[in-house]
Design a protein around this ligand. Structure first.
Ligand code: SF4
Length: 402
């Protein structure tokens, strides 16, 4: 049985984290032609490094070329595709039929994955794209399990779905809210996430007087979706014929990518190794609850989500742990881990260290040594490099949390 875990790579560091924590494939955007303009997109040099690193670890790389192209966008496209082929990326993610056609004509060996932005919601559309040479479809998020299964029965191409992450309140990412309010166009990868802002009602002759919009005693939640989380439904999705499970979040932190990829890796491995006796392990859900997230929903998988899929007013984001530092190295002679600080931690704290593979462990901080070699009580400055003694060796890219 083949199930691919596909993780976001917002930049080169996140790519390495995704690879080391267990992704089978990563997706990323170059500087041009891809959605998510603010995701720290890859330069050609970064892209070359990223592809090399991923391939050395047996991990595939997919590059987004999924803007809704205007005529002027097509001019530089052949050169860009040429570069992607030279770097031997494994596929491109496309939403525009014209872009797909150009790729099929100019680079027929380059696999095309159809983006979720193309809104494939039925088997006839899937068949249409299959006939045009598309290798894989990232299905629209608005499908039920039954609909996914029906599409699977009608086409041979690969099916991918979003299994985890933030949901757009609009239809499969098609939205003008941000473009209208800020000029930042979601369909060119520059969404300001305007659906998460706080809205009020203003009468035209009373500027500055804001009346709250209250749908019920919890306030207003018309524009706020909960986050998608399908980790408990891996057998059902595999049974429906989905071969790639995609985690959303090229804008998320390295802590987020590490924790979510690790939990899904363990769940998928457990399922693949023994599907008959697979049991969901609640610690996987605990793991993904340690990173910043909204309440979780299963989206449309079991029918229309209704109010239960919306986020109510009040505290929106939650997490059980704070990202304290990223392990940059380990000095075996002194037994010290080299930590790049991300949030304050101090002598006396008990932290959790999550390693890319294997069990996390708890570690009491007994000493902190700064860059100058002096013992300090705390590591208060972001990105500061410090050393702490650890009970066991820790590989680079381990995550320290309090
Ligand atoms: S404003 Fe919200 S719904 Fe619209 S594209 Fe951005 S995240 Fe999606």
């Amino acid at each position: 049985m083949k199930i691919e875990l596909l993780a976001p790579a917002g930049d080169l560091e996140k790519l390495k984290i995704a690879v080391l924590y267990g992704a089978d494939a990563v997706y990323l955007g170059g500087r041009h032609f891809g959605l998510r303009a603010g995701a720290g997109n890859f330069t050609e040099e970064d892209l070359a490094d990223g592809v090399r690193f991923a391939h050395e670890h047996g991990v595939r790389v997919y590059v987004t070329v999924n803007i809704f192209a205007h005529n002027r966008d097509l001019e530089g496209l052949p050169d860009y595709l040429d570069m992607l082929c030279r770097l031997e990326v494994d596929a491109v993610i496309v939403s525009d039929p014209g872009v797909n056609r150009m790729i099929r004509e100019l680079y027929p060996a380059l696999p095309v994955h159809l983006s979720t932005q193309a809104n494939t919601t039925n088997w006839a559309a899937a068949r249409f794209w299959e006939e045009l040479g598309v290798r894989r479809i990232v299905l629209a998020r608005e499908l039920t399990l039954l609909e996914i299964r029906e599409i699977r029965e009608q086409v041979a191409l690969e099916l991918e779905i979003f299994i985890h992450g933030t949901m757009c309140i609009s239809y499969s990412g098609r939205c003008l809210l941000s473009s209208y309010l800020t000029g930042r166009d979601a369909n060119r990868g520059d969404c300001a996430q305007s659906c998460r802002w706080k809205y009020a009602l203003v009468e035209e002759k009373r500027p500055g007087e804001y009346f709250p919009i209250e749908e019920d005693d919890r306030g207003s939640y018309i524009l706020g979706s909960k986050d998608l989380c399908l980790i408990e439904h891996i057998p059902a999705l595999a049974g429906a014929g989905v071969s790639s499970f995609k985690i959303e979040g090229r804008m998320k932190s390295v802590n987020y990518v590490a924790g979510v990829v690790k939990a899904y890796r363990e769940a998928i491995d457990a399922y693949i190794s023994d599907p008959e006796n697979y049991r969901f392990n609640p610690t996987w859900l605990e793991e993904i609850s340690k990173v910043s997230h909204r309440d979780y929903t299963t989206g449309f998988l079991f029918g229309r989500p209704g109010p239960a899929g919306q986020h109510y007013a009040g505290e929106i984001y939650r997490r059980s742990h704070i990202f304290a530092g990223l392990v940059r190295g380990y000095e075996s002679d002194s037994g010290m881990a080299v930590i790049e600080q991300r949030n304050r931690f101090a002598v006396g704290d008990e932290v959790e260290i999550m390693v890319p593979r294997g069990e996390s462990f708890r570690q009491k901080i007994t000493r902190i040594i700064n860059k100058e070699g002096a013992a300090v009580d705390a590591a208060p400055h972001p990105q500061q490099i410090v050393r702490i003694p650890v009970d066991k060796p820790v590989p680079a890219y381990s995550i320290m949390r309090v």
